[in-house]
Design a protein around this ligand. Structure first.
Ligand code: SIN
Length: 282
């Protein structure tokens, strides 16, 4: 008998909680198709009370398509390179005292600095901060739709340059290595992209976007900053407050996200992440 998944959507339509499914078990094709449809419709999904290990996490993620490793090799799982770990706890269980990846504290969409940025990201959190450490998402479709027609026309056709090296500088992270820069030279993507499945238009930017192609650097930075301020107003934001055993999933084609601050000297916060490869934004 196949599972009957339950979908409890946020009143805004942005984000939904999914019940009635155990992600660590064999999920029927029917239930999987319902989850696949739900992520496209609601953009962010929360699954409560899931008891996954890394193998089960990978097995679930792989059903959505091939997975990609992260350019930052230092955070890759030592045995499972398609799992990336961001945590403030070392191998001996000691708190290291700082948030390990400052780039996640600023708004971004995953891997927009490559030609084929991430499709879905699936995250679980073996250690949840009790205060702060929430994951926030902004709905870039609604943010685009609320722009007036003249502004939409001005933005359509622009391309933003996304650059791993510059993104590291902006988030005050360790400098990109020569290998990373060679693997991820700057790329440009449409500033307004069309979701290949829903055909909805979405603002596509975030911290990896450094400037607007063929524009003066300062003018491009100012436009990107203004768009981020617009898109991250509370009315477009879904806040995920982590509970033990949550799994969180999002569609990178139409959302940006960031982590809120927490006391990294006291609180343990660890996430394990699997990312499904996407295609070229159009
Ligand atoms: C990420 O930006 O991919 C990580 C989000 C989180 O740690 O909640």
């Amino acid at each position: 008998m196949s599972e009957l998944i339950e979908i409890k959507a946020e009143t805004t339509g942005f984000g939904a909680e999914i019940g009635g499914v155990d992600l660590g078990s064999e999920i029927s094709d029917e239930a999987f198709a319902a989850i696949r449809a739900a992520i496209v419709k609601h953009k962010v999904l929360v699954f409560r009370e899931q008891h996954l290990d890394d193998d089960k996490h990978l097995a679930f993620a792989q059903r959505f398509g091939p997975l990609e490793g992260h350019i930052n090799r230092s955070s890759r799982h030592s045995d499972l390179p398609k799992i990336q770990i961001f945590g403030n706890v070392d191998g001996d269980g000691n708190i290291i005292g700082y948030h390990p990846e400052k780039g996640t504290l600023v708004w971004h969409t995953d891997k927009s600095y490559v030609a084929t940025p991430s499709l879905f990201t699936i995250l679980r959190s073996p250690a949840v901060a009790r205060q702060g450490g929430d994951t926030l998402f902004a709905d870039m479709v609604r943010a685009y739709e609320d722009l007036d027609a003249a502004e939409q026309t001005r933005l359509d056709g622009l391309r933003a340059v996304h650059d791993w090296k510059r993104s590291r500088e902006k988030s005050d992270e360790r400098a990109a290595t020569a290998d990373e820069i060679a693997a991820a030279p700057p790329v440009d993507h449409p500033l307004i992209r069309t979701h290949p499945e829903t055909k909805a238009r979405a603002i596509y930017m975030g911290n990896h976007a450094s400037h607007i192609l063929d524009w003066d650097q300062g003018d491009g930075e100012a436009l990107l900053a203004a768009l981020e301020r617009h898109a991250t107003q509370e009315k477009y934001v879904y806040r995920h407050q982590w509970r033990d055993n949550d799994v969180l999933m999002w569609d990178n084609r139409c959302t940006i996200h960031c982590v809120t601050g927490y006391d990294a000297a006291k609180e343990r916060r660890v996430v394990h992440r699997a990312v499904v490869q996407g295609d070229v934004p159009v």
